[in-house]
Design a protein around this ligand. Structure first.
Ligand code: ADP
Ligand code: MG
Length: 291
């Protein structure tokens, strides 16, 4: 029965902008009871914009320009937002050398002979950089639901950049429908607790895991699976790849990166999280008919 169901289902799936990469996930989807959702780029648009810049010495343009130079080689949406903001402000974006990307935390590069570090505050504090002067501002911006990244040279903090991202218009309805379909949503993100909470509250999600490293997302999936619960994971980024592989059903959200797509069982071609439910319906219907 299985191959026939897959053949039938695949036709419906293609119409709905869904690519089923493995038959197994297709069979398992209707048994999924928990759905782990990445925040950035999956529930949100994934197109953050710079909302504010803070500088220790008052020169916010210098902070933005240096961050943009260091971020320029990165494809991360936060990096693209920083570069765009610098360009829109008419600032020169210098060349970066010795660029290094630290997935899920930030970037490091040499700009004009200086070592520059840009990323989440723990990336800087772990490197021995003191952020004490900036803590109040970080708290204030995070409380407003922003993602805050810090900028430093060598061992000195220079400033902060606050970024905001809008929810996908269909996210709230999709989450409600997932729950009605018997899949309890769980939010995971590498972002800060308050930004995560902001999104969770807006969508009615009660299970939230923030500040999770890429491997940690896979660990969360594994923990939920421990009692035999079938788990789906929806993500778009390189940082979601291990969790997508660990999940019973890994789903690459519309516009996902190549690595997410290669790690997933199901690929959504449309930038519309509600398509997840179409994929489940197709799997459900196909198997019901062949039983
Ligand atoms: P998410 O899990 O929400 O998709 P990521 O795992 O990609 O987010 O990133 C987690 C956090 O790491 C971000 O919120 C940011 O603080 C930091 N970060 C990641 N990549 C970058 C980057 N290129 N520049 C600055 N900060 C970054
Ligand atoms: Mg993401």
């Amino acid at each position: 029965a299985a191959p026939l169901a897959i053949v039938r289902g695949t036709g419906h799936a293609a119409d709905a902008g869904i690519v089923m990469r493995t038959g197994e996930a297709f069979q398992t989807f209707r048994l999924v009871r928990r759905i782990v959702l990445d925040k950035t780029g999956t529930l949100t648009q994934g197109r953050p914009t710079v909302r504010a810049v803070e500088s220790v010495d008052g020169d916010t343009d210098a902070v933005l320009a240096l961050a943009a130079a260091a971020e320029n080689p990165s494809e991360h949406p936060l990096a693209r937002a920083v570069v765009t903001a610098a360009q829109e402000a008419g600032l020169a974006v210098d060349a970066a050398e010795e660029f290094e990307s630290m997935t899920g935390s930030g970037v490091r590069a040499t700009v004009g002979g200086q070592r520059v570090l840009v990323g989440k505050s723990s990336l800087l504090t772990d490197a021995g950089i003191d952020l004490a002067e900036l803590t109040a501002r970080i708290d204030q911006w995070e409380a407003a639901g922003h993602t805050v990244i810090a900028v430093a040279t060598e061992s000195t903090a220079l400033g902060l950049i606050a970024l905001g991202d809008e929810l996908r218009p269909d996210a709230a309805e999709a989450v409600t429908t997932m729950r009605q379909a018997g899949m309890e949503p769980v939010l995971v993100t590498g972002d800060n607790q308050r930004a995560a909470q902001h999104v969770a509250e807006a969508l009615g999600i009660t299970q939230v895991h923030a500040r999770i490293r890429p491997d940690g997302k896979a660990d969360i999936v594994r923990e939920v699976q421990a009692d035999g619960t079938r788990v789906a994971m929806v993500g778009d980024g390189i940082n979601d790849a291990p969790a997508l592989m660990q999940a019973d059903v890994g789903i690459a959200a519309g516009g996902g990166t190549d690595i997410a797509v290669e790690s997933a069982d199901i690929v959504l071609l449309r930038e519309d999280v509600a398509t997840v439910l179409d994929a489940r319906d197709i799997s459900d219907r196909a198997y019901r008919r062949t039983r």
